[in-house]
Design a protein around this ligand. Structure first.
Ligand SMILES: NC(=O)c1ccc[n+]([C@@H]2O[C@H](COP(=O)([O-])OP(=O)(O)OC[C@H]3O[C@@H](n4cnc5c(N)ncnc54)[C@H](O)[C@@H]3O)[C@@H](O)[C@H]2O)c1
Length: 276
């Protein structure tokens, strides 16, 4: 997709916001950042640690985006630093994208019942609480209202092989979208989630049998294909722009319609687990 980043036109013209979760050019957050910049948004990006800094900086330059700095959502001081920098630079923001999740990959295989207390707690802190933590800070900068978006997966609603504690975390994240939507609605701040179909990203590579999951979705979704980060970006544009001013507390599926399907398509081939 060509990115023009002309702030004088487009659905996001005059809007500024923070996109968290770009790790590389396969990240869902990157697909969203591109779609927003293409419609005139001014974007700030965070990165998690020095290893990702060198990947995020050139991507930010492509969009004319501002790199706020390091943010590890398990370290509240780094979240505060990001929002202090944004307050100094922009004073207010209009949107926030939270595309962050983590769980120990050793527990994204096998049985959910074997989840350890330590990984349960860490998964909930990074994948669930962090959205509320950033919402607390973003609220103060959304003085003219705003739109917040997080990313979830169908494993919140139904049991998916290997998704395990991440499914429990996504269910809690989806519930927090609804609670945040009510708390912040009076301030004209909307809070929504996109439930994306499986996409091969760094985070997804930690999930057991991921190639099998992708194939299964391709064969069995109504559209008979998987989804791209650019398609998630286009739907994010709707939720973050004034195209959706009456939409909040919503879990919007961008999954080729997979969530509507109850069993294997009759014409879908039987497939076996494909190893990476
Ligand atoms: N890829 C998929 O199939 C899929 C499907 C549905 C939802 N999602 C969700 O989309 C979101 C983005 O993931 P992705 O697939 O683009 O993978 P990704 O690996 O590109 O992005 C995950 C991001 O989370 C960040 N992160 C992890 N721990 C962090 C911490 N402690 N502090 C700050 N940042 C941290 C990483 O730095 C990375 O940028 C996640 O919430 C994921 O669960 C992914």
């Amino acid at each position: 997709m060509a990115v023009s980043n002309d702030a004088s036109r487009g659905l996001m013209a005059g809007k500024r916001g923070l996109v968290m979760g770009v790790a590389n050019n396969r990240s869902i957050a990157w697909g969203i950042a591109k779609a927003l910049a293409d419609q005139g948004a001014e974007i700030a990006l965070t990165y998690q640690g020095d290893a990702l800094k060198k990947r995020v900086e050139p991507l930010a330059a492509e969009l004319g985006a501002f790199v706020v700095g390091h943010c590890d959502v398990a370290d509240p001081a780094t979240i505060d630093a990001v929002f202090e920098t944004l307050a100094d630079k922009w004073g207010k923001i209009d949107f926030l994208v939270h595309a962050i999740g983590f769980s120990d990959k050793d527990e994204l295989t096998g049985r959910y019942v074997d989840t350890s207390e330590g990984n349960f707690t860490k998964t909930m802190l990074i994948s669930v609480y962090s959205f509320t933590a950033v919402a607390q800070r973003a609220e103060k900068l959304m003085t003219d209202g705003g739109s917040m978006l997080t990313l979830t997966y169908y494993g919140a609603e139904k049991v998916m092989p290997h998704y395990n504690v991440m499914g429990v975390a996504k269910a809690a994240l989806e519930a927090s979208v609804r609670y945040l939507a009510v708390d912040l609605g009076k301030q004209k701040i909307r809070v929504n989630a996109i439930s994306a179909g499986p996409i091969k990203t760094l985070a997804a590579s930690g999930i057991g049998d991921f190639r099998y999951i992708l194939k299964w979705n391709e064969y069995n979704s109504p559209l008979k294909r998987t989804v791209t980060i650019d398609e998630v970006g286009q739907s994010a544009l709707y939720l973050l722009s004034d195209m959706s001013t009456a939409v909040t507390g919503e879990i919007h599926h961008v999954d080729s319609g997979y969530h509507t399907v109850g069993m294997k398509a009759v014409d879908a081939p039987d497939i076996s687990v494909v190893k990476d």
